[in-house]
Design a protein around this ligand. Structure first.
Ligand code: FES
Length: 158
């Protein structure tokens, strides 16, 4: 029994229909579903598999292979923390440890109050202002632990 409500189900079927005749449709469909819903619900897998004439295992394999795809709903805000070279050279590892402790989550997890999901990212194109963080698409540079806490306090109210 699917847990998807009928509007969500229709949305997914529509996205599958948009792409099903294109070669390599699976990744675009998964991106479109995640863009529309914020994640790829496990119950979407059989619909996508059936629509694209793939096995469920194939679809699930791709969803779980790419860390970009979420199988659970994200928090209200998504924090992307840069782990690429320039940010690492500016001590982003310490910021990462601080962020995980402050939020009480690992990467790809959501805080208990549902406010924040923490995701790694590999270069935000803001290397000159490392370490860099992006929250819901807003970019921040030279983020210290203190600045991180301020940002979390600010975004937590939104
Ligand atoms: S390495 Fe972090 S923004 Fe480029």
């Amino acid at each position: 029994m699917s847990s998807l409500d009928s509007a969500v189900r229709e949305k997914i079927l529509g996205l599958v229909a948009d792409w099903k005749d294109e070669p390599g449709a699976l990744l675009p469909v998964l991106h479109a579903v995640q863009h529309a819903l914020g994640y790829v619900p496990p119950d979407a897998v059989p619909l996508i598999a059936h629509g694209l004439n793939l096995s469920r295992a194939e679809v699930h394999g791709v969803v779980s292979f790419y860390h970009y795809f979420r199988e659970t709903p994200p928090g209200r805000h998504t924090i992307h923390l840069c782990r690429a070279e320039s940010c690492q050279a500016m001590n982003s590892r310490a910021l990462e440890a601080h962020a995980k402790t402050a939020l009480g989550v690992e990467f790809h997890q959501t805080t208990a109050d549902g406010a924040f999901t923490l995701e790694p990212v590999y270069c935000l194109g803001n290397c000159a202002c490392s370490p860099a963080v992006m929250i819901d698409g807003e970019l921040y540079g030279r983020v210290s632990s203190e600045r991180f806490d301020e940002l979390v306090a600010d975004w937590g109210k939104r």
